[in-house]
Design a protein around this ligand. Sequence first.
Ligand code: MN
Length: 283
Amino acid sequence: MKIALFNDNRLGVVADGRVYDLTGFVPWDSHRPQESLENFMGQYAELAPQIEARRESCPSHPLHEVKLRAPVPKPGKILAAPVNYLNHQSEMNAQFNNAPFTIEKLGLFLKAPSSIIGPGETVYLPSKERRYDYEAELAFVIGKKAKNVPPEKAGEYIFGYFALMDMTLRGGEDRSWRKSFDTCTPIGPWIVTGDEIPDPNALQIRLWVNDELKQDANVRDTIWNCCTCLAKASEIMTLYPGDIITTGTPEGIGPITKGDRVRIHVESIGEFSVNVDFAEEQG
Ligand code: MN
């Protein structure tokens, strides 16, 4: 199922080019979308058959007539994988560092949850002087509390998958600093539940800047796949429903600037775009 938040944070299911409004059909408070999503995920096993059976009786809108929102609006935490593709590890170490970065040495890092925006919104770059890069990634949302989960059981704790852009300030500061500015984490276009993604570690990821293809790679080339990322994270900290893990970006990163339009597509999930501007020119 494709689970979307839309308009004033209503809950929808996307099918056949339409958004079916579940807001009156399942427990949902649009003023508390993150808490509502966490409750929804907890009840999903019971709710899914009812939604499938009665979806068509819910009010619906053509997809292009709604405003999609960030599908996980305010996670407790965002954990992100650095240099998790071998080819990207090579390009990063060639461009930015003589001491090799590896995910095994670095582990995952935290991004500020306040950096999330949704499809069609604008990424505001904090400074005109610094370099900012796009990074296309596959991300997932935790569906149930996870601690010390072995990789072979990790899939049971993943509610669903979506596309994520990890917009990045380049430089010497800590990753959490450079990857936490407001608006630097666009996510969307919706959550595709785990049952529709039999192998998340085989999805193709593509990213375009102004319709020029910049990244085109497959999750199978990650060093830590989705299950390993979840397992390693859960050794260190408890993962809670609504937390996000993002699995890192492949080769092909490059700069963005004011006026750019950045589009991400993940196979079996879908696509969305964001615009880029300078924060200081914001009204
Ligand atoms: Mn990244």
